[in-house]
Structure formats: structure tokens, C-alpha cells
Design a protein. Sequence first.
Lengths: 85, 179
Amino acid sequence: MKLDKNDIIEKLKTIVKPYVNNLDNFEQLNERTEFIKDLDINSANLVDIILDVEDEFDIRIENDDMERMLSVGASLEIIESKLAS
Amino acid sequence: MDFVGNDIIDWSIAKSQHQKLRQRCLEKLFNTHEIDLILKSKSPLKSFWVLWSIKESAYKAWQRATASTPVFNPKSFEIEFDNTPLDNLSSNVTIHTVNILVHTEITKDYIYSYTGSNISYNKIFRGNEYSVFKRFLEQKNYALVKSDTGIPSVLNKNNKQNAPLSISHDGQFVAIAFD
């Protein structure tokens, strides 16, 4: 299954939504949106999001990539590179 | 270095998060020694949150002290306990050869970790007591301010001096610690 950027972002939105505390910013989500700073996601839920992403896209995210998975854009980049490999 | 960081966990919410004990989750956050401690303890889920709050406190303090951009690297913060864990315990967190002392208070309602040494004011508020705290600040002519990178501090409007401050909120609790 080939996923384009928008497919990935839509799936990512579904994954993060349960943890979001700022729904206004969630409605305006774009690549620059940051999980903690803009969506007010509890840092304790970042690992839950990362595990959900691994399951949804059937990929494995290592520590180096996990370190920077703090925004929609960074997540998109990591997911795309894992899907391509 | 001036380390000011804290993290509070509302146990009434945290105690239902059993998914945190999945092996894949533990391996992303903790080293083998820490995982062992968690799984062998009387209450693994409670221990999970104790160790998490210790790392989070140290991370907030280190991020402030080094003015670094946010990263998500819990495994880089390694915990050693000074004593056998009881209700109030102390631990040493090592990050890139830097050591940070952290104290943890465990009650039936919350788990609260905060960095040692540099904190003179340390309080936990429930519900709307937090607004009482804000009025207290106003009376003293202090203000809560945030830097461009989102790091909070207390501004003493009398002498224009900034003191580092750490705020943590979870569920019904807000915890404030400053120097």
C-alpha cells in the first residue's frame, strides 16, 4: 500500500487525537505543529504515540529518530523514510 | 549548574495506564537495570511512574540549565537510587556525565519528584488552590513569565530579577518549585 503525505498526516492525526489537550490547535494542525508545545500533549504520552505509529505503519523507530519526534513534520519525515526502506 | 525541575503524577489517573508496562514501552524509556527494578517491585505500575517522574524532573532541569532545544531522550537519563526505595526516596540521575539529584515523594494520591539543592519554594496545589497561589504572587509583586522557548520563571517586579521555576500539572494537581 503506497501512502502519500496526506494519507500519513491523516493517520497521524487519528493517532494523536486521544492525547490532545488543545483541540483548537489540533483543528489547525500542519507540519509545523508541535505535539507538546502546540497540542498540549502530556510528555508521558509521547511514547504511546510513537508505539501507535510503529503499529499503524508497521515500522520500528529507533532512539535517534525518537529523540526528534516532537512535531508533525518530524514525524512525517521519519515515517516516510522508514516506509521507503 | 542551577537545576530546577519537577514532575507530578496524579495516581488516580496513572494507576489505570497498564499499557505502560508493555515490554516495547519499557524498552523505549528505560535501560535494563531500570526495567528490572520496575518489574521486580511490589507495584510495577507505581514504580514505572516513580522512575518516569524522576527522569522528567531531571530532563526539565537539564533543558533549562543547558538552554537546549527540546528532545525526547528518556533513555539518556540514567537513574541510580541512593537508598532502598521507601515512601520518600532520593536518586541520582546521570545525563551526559552531569549528575542531578532528585527527591521523590509518594503518597496515596500522587507521585511527586523534584530536583534537590536549588529549590526554596516547593508546593503542590489541588483544584483551584492554584489561583490562590497566583494571587499570592501578585501580592508580592511577582509574575509568572515564559521565555520564547517556553521555559517559565518567576519575575520579581521589585528588582526585575528572574528566578527559575518549574511547573508541573497532572489531573487535579499543580506543583510549583522555584529557587
